[in-house]
Design a protein around this ligand. Structure first.
Ligand code: ADP
Ligand code: MG
Length: 244
């Protein structure tokens, strides 16, 4: 099933076309990587998908519903979670609190205006997510006291706490050490068992190990799309990007 589908998507910033007439389909359950040189339009494309950026032309549907005009927070409620290039955790909150915030948001929406939130269930959920992202023993540690790599894991946890159906990550491994990257690969493989993952990634080892399919962008357009093997063997990609 197609989870997300974009048609004729464009974004102009003044005279500059950052995304140009893009058609993009994302099947449910896939790990998709978007690659391409700096300025290719990758962040703009995921900004359009998350709703942070409004399109100049085109439509986006998610689970067969037209979301083109939904603001970002309404897309979050539909299950589209986005973490930014710059770490977005609340520095002075503990890991548990950082997870409880988005988890509470989902519980509130589910309970309705007069419903009650089961705080025990909420706390259990937070513990479970912290364990899942490998931060089980850091529940009471403030985010600011943790290494950068751990903050990125917490960020993924915040996406999970939203019960995201689509988790969008913009350069999640930037600034991570090799061992943190290995950790991250395991985490995303686990997450992908029940969440579709769309990530912008520069580290080609991560891309080739993680992605089921790769979308290559260049000058705001999709240059190629395929499996890691197909992309590696693509002449146009080699010339434009992989430097072969
Ligand atoms: P990438 O993520 O692939 O590096 P971006 O989507 O960030 O590329 O940027 C694509 C192009 O759009 C670049 O030329 C960039 O300078 C331009 N751009 C991105 N955001 C803005 C903005 N808010 N205002 C003006 N130009 C922008
Ligand atoms: Mg970018």
């Amino acid at each position: 099933m197609t989870l997300l589908s974009a048609r004729n998507l464009s974004k102009n910033f003044g005279g500059l076309t950052a995304v140009k007439d893009v058609d993009f389909d994302l099947p449910e359950g896939e790990i998709r990587a978007i690659i391409g040189p700096n300025g290719a339009g990758k962040s703009t494309l995921v900004g359009l998908i998350s709703g942070r950026i409004k399109p100049t032309t085109g439509t986006i549907s998610f689970q067969d519903r037209d979301i083109t005009r939904l603001p970002a927070h309404r897309r979050v409620a539909q299950g589209i979670a986005y973490t930014f290039q710059i770490t977005s955790v609340f520095a002075n909150l503990t890991c548990r609190e950082n997870i409880l915030l988005p988890a509470q948001r989902g519980a509130l929406a589910a309970a309705g205006p007069f419903g009650r939130i089961d705080t025990d269930a909420l706390n259990d959920k937070a513990e479970e997510i912290l364990a899942r992202v490998g931060l089980g023993d850091r529940a009471d540690t403030k985010a600011t006291e943790m290494a950068y790599g751990h903050q990125r894991l917490l960020e993924v946890g915040m996406g999970l706490a939203l019960d995201a159906k689509l988790l969008i990550l913009d350069e999640p491994t930037q600034g991570l050490s090799d061992s943190e990257i290995a950790n991250f690969l395991d985490l995303i493989r686990g997450v992908a068992r029940d969440t579709t993952v769309l990530l912008i990634e520069h580290n080609m080892t991560v891309v080739m190990e993680l992605a089921q399919r790769i979308t290559v962008m260049n000058f705001g357009e999709i240059l190629a799309e395929g499996t890691p093997e197909e992309i590696r063997a693509d002449d146009a990609v080699q010339r434009a990007y992989l430097g072969g």
